[in-house]
Write a protein of this length. Structure first.
Length: 424
């Protein structure tokens, strides 16, 4: 979402050129039926002109407009704080799901290993039992009575059988213990797996709430930028002897619109040039035969797994890999997909999530403020630029936090992408 500092800078530029008013690019794009209906409750230029007929009416209108501006600012700040809180809640829920999934997978792997060990112990115990059975068939006691001269050898045979029996008992005991360990681990894995469903649902719900809150915050900021610019111009008309305030305001709007259009056109040309010249090994470019591309250039600076977080200094799961090209460098869709999230993701910063189909999704975090280039519901192609590298959220420097998720849970992107012919 656009930062409040950007709208203030834009406002100052047009203040210098057109009687202290500006309309930001987000406001210019917000000409919607709901926005128009909301604007009807604000004073018109005609209302303001009429209020100048008397000092009391003029002061009343000034007070009204100042209250409206304060209300716009309060609502925008509150909406942005709500969006930040919702983003943090989403990030927390997603992290819990990722950690629980990794724990469940670890328990299941341990259970499978213990089960294999138990089966090997049982097989060894069975082999010893078979040896004992064959030795018993010789009837050692009968041999001792009928062949007293060979009693030494027979006694040795009895001792060996006793040792073999003890060994078999020990192996049976170990096999039973191994089987119990395997069953205990399997039970824990099953319990952990049952909990994953509710954790996955919570993460999905929190992500949707974060997206909704981001949309609400954007609407509030848009309303502030749009209406506050006009209200400030109307205050200028009420409280000064400035001439042609309305026409200068309208001219400022057109100038700002043209400036933003030029910026957008330049960005589009730059993105097209980058897409045409970038090779897959450094990010973007044409997808390989599997339909995948590297999501950004730069070296990997942090792998998947548990670590001491450089931002929070806590031991926590790092659910993706970090790629660190330059600030503002392009971020590309790793595969064709549909945008399911494009908003504040708490610790992820500004984040884009793509549904790539087949239960697979990819996430792109720490996008620079104003650097999300796609919107929810939009279909994107592999290699298409979707954002710009930044350092928002829990970040200590410009980089891309890239995640690959299966059924919503993060998996190590290195082997995941390697299996699809891409090195990260």
């Amino acid at each position: 979402m656009p930062s409040s500092s950007l709208s203030l800078r834009s406002r100052r530029r047009v203040i210098a050129a057109a009687v202290a008013v500006v309309l930001s690019v987000s406001a210019l794009a917000a000409v919607t039926p709901s926005g128009a209906a909301h604007a009807e409750s604000y004073p018109s230029w005609s209302d303001v002109q009429q209020a100048k007929a008397s000092a009391s009416a003029q002061q009343a209108k000034v007070t009204e407009i100042q209250a409206l501006i304060a209300d716009l600012q309060t609502k925008a700040v509150a909406a942005q704080k709500a969006a930040e809180a919702a983003g943090a809640a989403y990030q927390t829920a997603q992290t819990k799901y990722d950690e629980a999934t990794l724990t469940q997978q670890t328990l299941q792997a341990q259970a499978d290993t213990a089960k294999k060990t138990a089966a090997q112990s049982e097989a060894q115990a069975g082999q010893l039992a078979a040896q004992l059975g064959r030795a018993s068939a010789n009837n050692v006691t009968t041999d001792l009575l009928t062949h007293p001269s060979g009693s030494g050898d027979l006694l040795y045979e009895l001792g060996a059988m006793s040792k073999l029996s003890e060994q078999a008992d020990g192996i049976y005991s170990q096999a039973s213990q191994d089987r119990g360990i395997a069953q205990g681990l399997a039970d824990k894995a099953d319990l952990a797996k049952k909990a994953l469903g509710s954790l996955a649902a919570a993460a999905q719900q929190k992500m949707q709430l974060a997206q909704d809150s981001a949309v609400a915050a954007q609407s509030a900021v848009t309303a502030q930028n749009d209406n506050q610019a006009r209200l400030e111009a109307q205050l200028t008309l009420l409280t000064s002897n400035a001439k042609d305030v309305e026409s200068k305001y309208n001219k400022g709007v057109q100038v700002e619109k043209a400036r933003q259009a030029a910026i957008a056109a330049a960005a589009a040309r730059a993105a097209a040039k980058a897409a045409a010249t970038t090779q897959g090994g450094s990010g973007g470019g044409a997808p390989n035969s599997s339909g995948w591309v590297r999501p950004a250039g730069g070296y990997q600076t942090s792998p998947f797994g548990y670590r001491i977080d450089p931002y929070t200094h806590a031991h926590a799961l790092h659910a993706g890999v970090d790629l660190a090209p330059a600030c503002y460098a392009p971020i590309y869709a790793a595969h064709d997909g549909t945008v399911t999230f494009a908003a504040n993701g708490g610790g992820y910063g500004n984040e884009v999530v793509l549904d790539n189909g087949g239960g697979i999704s990819t996430a792109y975090g720490h996008v620079v403020d104003g650097g999300i280039l796609v919107s929810v519901g939009q279909h994107v192609s592999a290699g298409q630029q979707i954002a710009k590298i930044g350092s928002t959220g829990w970040s200590t420097g410009c980089h891309l936090h890239f995640e690959t998720r299966i059924n919503g849970a993060a998996v190590d992107p290195v082997p995941f992408m390697a299996a699809r012919g891409i090195s990260v």
